[in-house]
Write a protein that binds this ligand. Structure first.
Ligand SMILES: Cc1cc2nc3c(=O)[nH]c(=O)nc-3n(C[C@H](O)[C@H](O)[C@H](O)COP(=O)(O)OP(=O)(O)OC[C@H]3O[C@@H](n4cnc5c(N)ncnc54)[C@H](O)[C@@H]3O)c2cc1C
Ligand code: FES
Ligand code: FES
Length: 491
C-alpha cells in the first residue's frame, strides 16, 4: 500500500492515472472528457437520467486477485471517489488488433445505433451486464438498460444486439489482468494514520488552496473523528443526490467525507432477528438481500432509478436525504426499521418513523451520521406488501409508494403498520389509517373510513407529479389491494 495526498490515483486500461490539482467536485465525466480526452463517454442530462455517461468502475474483489465492476453514471460521480479504483470507458473495449467487443460488433450488425449519442452508454451497460451474466434473459437485458435512453433507434435492435453478442461467450469478459497489480499498488490504506500522540489524522485525497478537503477514511473511527472536528462536512455515499447538487445547484461543500472506502460500512451483519445494513451497502445488494423475504420491497428497489443509480446509491443516503418521495422509507417504516446513529464514539438507536422532524429535517445532530440501517427479518404470520405508483414503470419518481405489514389472525387484521411517501413533507406512518384497519376483517374495511382517515391525516396539496385527488385515491386503493388479496393466514 502507498498513499499520495492531493493526488487522485486510479487505474485506466493497464496504467495508473494520477490526477493532480483537480477540484474536490470535479466529476468523473468531466475529467474523462476534458483531461483524458475520452470523449466516447457523453454528457446528456448531467443528472443520472439518460445513461449517455455510463462507465464501469472496478474495485479489487474480496480475494484481491480480480476486479468487480459496477456500472455508474459518471456525470454524478466525483473524481476523488475513484481513488484506489479502476475505470473502463467505451474506448477500453477495442482490442490491440482493432477488433471490437462482441457487444459493439453486435450493435453494428443488428443496426442498434443511429445518431450514436446514446450508444457508448448502452454498450457499457451491456458489457457490464455480461461480465456477471453471460446468458441474460431478454427481461434482464431490458432491466440493465432501464437507465439508458435512446431517442432514435428504438430498443428492439438493441435487445437483439445483446442476444447476438452473447453467442460469443468466450469473448465477453474484459481482459483486466494488467489492472490487478496496479489496483493492489494503489489500494487505499485500511487503517487510520495516527499522530505521535495517537490521535487520528485523516489524510485528504484532495485539499484546495482554501483548505477545503475531500477525505476518504478507511474506518468508522476516522469518519466519526473527522465529523466531530468538522461537523458541517458533507457525507458522500453513492453520490446520486450529492452529484446532482453539485451539477444542478452548483453546491460546493467545504469538506466532503466519502464513505465508500470504509470496509465496516460495506457489510451486512446477519443476526437472528435483523440485518444490520452498513451505510454504504448499495441498493443493488439490498435488492438481493430482501428478494426472498420481502419480494415487494425488492420490486420497489428494481424500479428505483436504474442499475447505474442502484449500484452506488444507498439506503442511508435515501433516508438521510429525506425527500418526501424517497422510495425505500415506506417499506422500511412498515417493517419497523431502526437506525444506528453514531456521533464520536457514542451510538444511539432511533426508529425510522421517529427520524424526520419536517421536510428534509431529521433528528441527526451536528457531527452525527447513520452507521447502519437495521431491517427486521420476517416474523411468524406477518404479511408485507408494497407498491410504487409512478407515471413510468422504471426510472421514475413516485406519485406515491405505500407499504404495509400486518398479521391476519382469526380473519382479523392486527399489528398493522402502514407507511407512505408523497403525501406529507416526509415519508411517514399513517396511524389513523392503521386504526381503521386494526381488528377488522378485510371485507369489513370501508373505503369511506379510509378516505376520512386520509383526509384527517394529510394536508391536501397538488404536486408536480400528481394532484391530491389522484394521490389520495391511490393511497386508499393501495390499502384495499394490500388487504383484499390476502385471504389466508400466513404461517
Ligand atoms: C436518476 C436518478 C434516479 C433516482 N431515482 C430514485 C427513485 O426511484 N427513488 C428514490 O427514492 N430516489 C431516487 N433517486 C434519489 C437517490 O438516488 C436516492 O436518494 C439515493 O438513495 C441516495 O443515496 P446515495 O448513497 O447516492 O446518497 P448521497 O448522494 O451520497 O447522499 C445523499 C444525502 O445523504 C447524506 N448521507 C449519505 N450517507 C449518510 C450517512 N451514512 N449518514 C448521514 N447522512 C448521509 C449526504 O450527505 C447527502 O446529504 C434518484 C436519483 C437519480 C439521480
Ligand atoms: S449524462 Fe445523463 S446520466 Fe449522465
Ligand atoms: S441512437 Fe440516437 S439516441 Fe440512441
Amino acid at each position: 500500500m502507498s498513499q499520495v495526498t492531493n493526488t487522485v490515483r486510479f487505474v485506466l486500461d493497464g496504467k495508473i492515472v494520477e490526477a493532480q490539482g483537480e477540484r474536490r467536485t470535479t466529476t468523473v465525466l468531466d475529467y474523462l472528457r476534458e483531461q483524458l480526452h475520452r470523449t466516447g463517454t457523453k454528457e446528456g442530462c448531467a443528472e443520472g437520467d439518460c445513461g449517455a455517461c455510463v462507465v464501469m468502475v472496478g474495485s479489487l474483489n474480496a480475494s484481491g486477485k480480480g476486479v468487480d465492476y459496477v456500472p455508474v453514471n459518471s456525470c454524478i460521480q466525483l473524481l476523488p471517489s475513484l481513488d484506489g479504483k479502476s475505470v473502463k470507458t467505451v474506448e477500453s473495449l477495442k482490442k490491440a488488433d482493432g477488433s471490437l467487443h462482441p457487444v459493439q460488433q453486435a450493435m453494428v450488425d443488428c443496426h442498434g445505433s443511429q445518431c450514436g449519442f446514446c450508444t457508448p452508454g448502452i454498450v457499457m451497460s451491456l458489457v457490464n451486464l455480461v461480465q456477471v451474466n453471460p446468458a441474460p434473459k431478454r427481461q434482464e437485458v431490458s432491466d440493465a438498460l432501464s437507465g439508458n435512453l435512446c431517442r432514435c433507434t428504438g430498443y428492439s435492435p438493441i435487445l437483439d444486439a445483446a442476444s447476438k453478442a452473447c453467442e460469443n461467450k468466450a469473448a465477453l469478459k474484459l481482459d483486466d489482468a494488467a489492472d490487478v497489480p496496479l489496483l493492489q499498488e494503489i489500494r487505499r490504506s485500511a487503517t487510520p494514520t495516527l499522530s505521535l500522540e495517537g490521535d487520528i489524522i485523516v489524510q485528504p485525497v484532495v485539499r484546495t488552496r482554501k483548505g477545503n478537503e475531500f477525505v476518504s477514511p478507511a474506518t468508522i473511527a476516522e469518519v466519526a473523528d473527522y465529523l466531530v472536528k468538522h461537523p458541517t462536512s458533507t457525507l458522500l455515499a453513492g453520490s446520486t443526490e450529492v452529484g446532482l447538487q453539485v451539477n444542478k445547484q452548483f453546491a460546493r461543500p467545504d469538506h466532503i467525507v466519502y464513505l465508500g472506502n470504509v470496509a465496516e460500512l460495506k457489510q451486512v451483519k446477519d443476526t437472528p432477528n435483523a440485518w444490520h445494513i452498513g451505510a454504504v451497502v448499495s441498493l443493488t445488494e439490498v435488492e438481493g438481500l430482501v428478494a426472498t423475504a420481502y419480494p415487494d420491497f425488492a420490486e420497489v428497489l428494481r424500479r428505483f432509478g436504474s442499475p447505474p443509480i442502484r449500484s452506488t446509491a444507498t439506503l442511508a443516503g435515501n433516508i438521510a436525504n429525506g425527500s418526501p418521495i424517497g422510495d425505500s422509507m415506506p417499506c422500511l417504516m412498515a417493517l419497523g426499521t431502526t437506525l444506528t446513529l453514531r456521533c464520536g464514539d457514542k451510538t444511539r438507536t432511533v426508529s425510522l418513523d421517529q427520524f424526520y422532524t419536517g421536510q428534509k429535517q431529521t433528528v441527526l445532530k451536528a457531527g452525527e451520521f447513520i452507521e447502519a440501517v437495521v431491517l427486521p427479518k420476517p416474523q411468524a404470520g406477518q404479511v408485507f406488501r408494497a407498491h410504487k405508483v409512478s407515471k413510468r414503470f422504471e426510472q421514475d419518481i413516485s406519485a406515491t409508494c405505500a407499504a404495509i405489514t400486518y398479521t391476519l389472525k382469526g380473519g382479523k387484521l392486527s399489528n398493522v403498520k402502514l407507511a407512505y411517501n408523497g403525501l406529507a413533507p416526509s415519508p411517514c406512518r399513517a396511524p389513523k389509517l392503521e386504526a381503521v384497519l386494526e381488528g377488522k376483517a378485510p371485507a369489513d374495511v370501508k373505503e369511506s373510513d379510509l378516505d376520512a382517515a386520509i383526509a384527517a391525516s394529510f394536508v391536501a396539496r397538488d404536486g408536480l407529479r400528481a394532484t391530491w385527488a389522484y394521490r389520495s385515491l391511490v393511497a386508499r386503493n393501495l390499502v384495499i389491494d394490500f388487504i383484499e388479496q390476502q385471504t389466508t393466514e400466513v404461517a
